[in-house]
Design a protein around this ligand. Structure first.
Ligand code: NAD
Length: 374
């Protein structure tokens, strides 16, 4: 087992901070993993990079991400920049023999994502992509319950990822809206719920989607009078058929006024159902069919140390994990896999499979019909 791994972090925004938190906390939660040595941070502005390095406890700061990926003290590169930069940064890191964690979506283009997958697999480096929500210990239990047949034959999946950070038509144009960064909400949020559906139930075989732009233009900058046309989607509603036989629906929506983090699902089987939402990520509702009609109903399961690795964070049930803890589980698993020379997950290949569903949904919306995935 490798004893220590030098960490290089590119980007210090929303996700950059979450990665920094996770690398700092990973060893406290998982003492068996290689020690993450916080080596270098890169961002476009020297002041931002050096302030972040100091605040997050990294030894060095740079404005040159190329210097970071080729640095000999760095073994693992975390990419938390806007999507359009992922491919170039990941390929350079892979070429330098580094293990790569890249935020989702892998890249704005399916063809580019495949190049990233093949480069990583050829180089034999470990990869992981930031689908942090499936690191919830309760969701691992759901997956195990489904696999063990505890819900019987699965008959349906209703999934959603809805937030409202784009609901205001005066929210300015940004890299998230720019088609160069990929399609809109279906890639940004849809990839999370598609990934979750695949994690729980396996591959999605075909889709039929309605993908639409609702806010047709946005100010070029905050408060600007000048507006720019929007081409990427705000809402995607997708009918899905899983390879295992059951059907379902998936919605991705970033103009769902009032919703901050409605990432969740209702999963129904012949013997029972499960309900989850990230808004209450420490809870799972379980319904078991066949009980006394007078007392049967959904039972609330509360997360606790019996749902590992919850206990690595807190020995007491009901005290609750948070978003940054899920990110810490993700990084802990990644570092452990690297140390053991094992495969991490979800890796670049899985992110590519998720993106195939995204692309099929867009194609089906354009064609107004069903589309096979891949
Ligand atoms: P952000 O805008 O908050 O941060 C991006 C950072 O990258 C900024 O610090 C920016 O200065 C920096 N940057 C841009 N170009 C750079 C360059 N050439 N070199 C170095 N640094 C550069 O964005 P964000 O919300 O953190 O999103 C970043 C990525 O994370 C995206 O791919 C996004 O889809 C993903 N994301 C994932 C989750 C999740 O739950 N896993 C949540 C939000 C965002």
């Amino acid at each position: 087992m490798t004893k220590e791994l030098g960490i290089g972090l590119i980007g210090t925004g929303f996700m950059g901070k979450a990665h920094a938190f996770a690398y700092r906390a990973a060893l406290a939660a998982f003492p068996d993993i290689p020690v993450p040595r916080l080596e270098m941070i890169a961002d476009v502005d020297h002041g931002i990079a050096s302030t972040a390095a100091k605040q997050y406890g990294f030894a060095r700061a740079t404005t040159d991400w190329r210097a970071l990926v080729s640095d000999r003290g760095i073994d693992v590169v975390s990419i938390t920049t806007p999507n359009v930069f992922h491919k170039e940064m990941a390929l350079a890191a892979i070429a330098a023999g580094k293990h790569v964690h890249c935020e989702k979506p892998l890249s704005p283009s399916l063809a580019h994502s495949l190049i990233m997958v093949e480069a990583a697999e050829k180089a034999g480096v470990a990869t992981q992509v930031g689908f942090n929500y499936i690191k919830n210990p309760l969701l691992k239990m759901v997956r195990d319950m489904v696999a063990a047949g505890e819900l019987g034959e699965i008959t349906g999946f209703r999934g959603i990822h809805a937030e409202d950070y784009m609901h205001d038509p005066e929210s300015p144009y940004s890299w998230r809206i720019d088609p160069a960064g990929g399609p809109g909400v279906i890639a940004d949020l849809g990839s999370h719920i598609i990934g979750m559906a695949r994690f729980l139930l396996g591959p999605i075989a075909e889709v039929s989607a309605d993908v639409r732009t609702v806010v047709k233009s946005r100010p070029v900058a905050k408060g600007a009078a000048e507006r720019k046309d929007v081409w990427v989607d705000d809402v995607a509603r997708i009918l899905v058929n899983f390879g295992r036989g059951c059907g379902g629906t998936i919605e991705a929506n970033w103009i769902a006024t009032g919703r901050k983090m409605q990432l969740g699902f209702e999963l129904t089987g012949e013997k029972g159902s499960l309900v989850f939402t990230q808004e209450r990520l420490n809870e799972l509702l379980l319904y078991k069919a066949g009980g006394d009609a007078k007392t049967s109903g959904y039972v609330k399961i509360e997360a606790g140390p019996q749902h590992q690795p919850y206990g690595q964070f807190c020995i007491a049930g009901g005290h609750q994990l948070g978003f940054n803890d899920l990110k810490t589980i993700e990084m802990g698993e990644f570092l452990r896999a690297i140390g053991e020379g094992a495969k991490a997950g979800p890796d670049f290949r899985e992110a590519y499979e998720i993106q195939k569903v995204v692309e099929a949904a867009i194609a089906s919306s354009t064609a107004r019909g069903w589309m096979a995935v891949g």
